[in-house]
Design a protein around this ligand. Structure first.
Ligand SMILES: Nc1ncnc2c1ncn2[C@@H]1O[C@H](COP(=O)(O)OP(=O)(O)OP(=O)(O)O)[C@@H](O)[C@H]1O
Length: 264
């Protein structure tokens, strides 16, 4: 496979008011990579993804997607991108069919094409019986599947998945993992942000750990294992982020919950 550079970030920084959120991110991502983008809460993962999607402005540095500087105002690159946001506004009054046809059309599919493809994909998830039902009647996992379908309808080359498995049952997780593998084998690039370490460990062929807006580790799972001498990604994460206080914090928390005196 021709390993084309899909994405590059050069010294990207971002501040919200007085708060410096990204502190100089440098990254190069190549076609077919499945990047596990991990980090503690508030590290800047969603901010990076939203900047790359053009949803947040005001960053410094340079970002190229498919070889184009996204700061130059040409938004054509977005047609080749799929996105599953961490929290999504689904249009509750629409049926799955209406919602998916609408998103497909936004990405340039004809109504017929979008509806046909959406139905087929819903069927693969066992959701064909609710295709014409309103999204307000969907469970969390069903909604998540609709979001995943909507991100893929236009066969994008680059996928941004922010906690895509939230609410999915174990069988569905297996299907999504397999789908990501097969998409990557077809040359799609996947940028996958999640807190579920064992899934990230299994899915990603490259893991990037962000702490306080800086990349502090970047490599395959095996490379990170060798560097940190820890066995699981969870243990590597704890070690690199210097976290070993979970017991003490939990003890204090439970003591407060149960009305004990935890001052001092
Ligand atoms: N629109 C905003 N205005 C002000 N501050 C923001 C805004 N968006 C994010 N932040 C701040 O930027 C920091 C990084 O947030 P971000 O959502 O990128 O983190 P994250 O790594 O995705 O976290 P999580 O794992 O909790 O989803 C946080 O301190 C957050 O409060």
């Amino acid at each position: 496979m021709n390993k084309e550079k899909v994405l590059s970030l050069s010294d990207v920084t971002m501040r919200f008011g007085a708060k410096q959120v990204l502190n100089g991110i440098n990254l190069e991502v190549y076609q077919g990579q499945i990047i596990g983008y991990i980090g503690p809460n508030g590290a800047g993962k969603s901010t990076t993804v939203k900047i790359m999607l053009g949803l947040i402005e005001g960053y410094q540095g340079k970002i190229e997607i498919f070889g184009e500087d996204i700061g130059h105002g040409n938004v054509a690159y977005k047609r080749k991108i799929g996105y599953v946001p961490e929290t999504a506004e689904l249009y509750d009054n629409l049926s799955a069919s209406e919602y998916l046809t609408f998103t497909g059309e936004l990405y340039g599919l004809t109504t017929k094409e979008a509806e046909r493809k959406a139905y087929q994909l819903m069927k693969e998830f066992g959701l064909e019986h609710v295709f014409h039902k309103r999204l307000s009647s969907f469970s969390k996992g069903m909604r998540q599947k609709v979001l995943i379908i909507s991100s893929l309808l236009h066969d994008p080359d680059l996928l941004f998945f922010d906690e895509p498995l939230s609410g999915l049952d174990a069988n569905s997780v297996m299907i999504i993992k397999e789908i990501l593998d097969q998409l990557a084998a077809r040359g799609k690039t996947i940028f996958y942000s999640s807190h579920i370490m064992d899934v990230v460990e299994k899915i990603s062929n490259r893991i990037i750990l962000l702490v306080e807006g800086r990349v502090v580790a970047d490599g395959t799972f095996e490379e990170l294992q060798a560097q940190s001498k820890e066995g699981t990604l969870e243990a590597i994460f704890n070690q690199i982020t210097g976290f070993c206080e979970h017991k003490e914090i939990a003890e204090k928390f439970v003591e407060i919950v149960s009305g004990g005196n935890s001052h001092g």
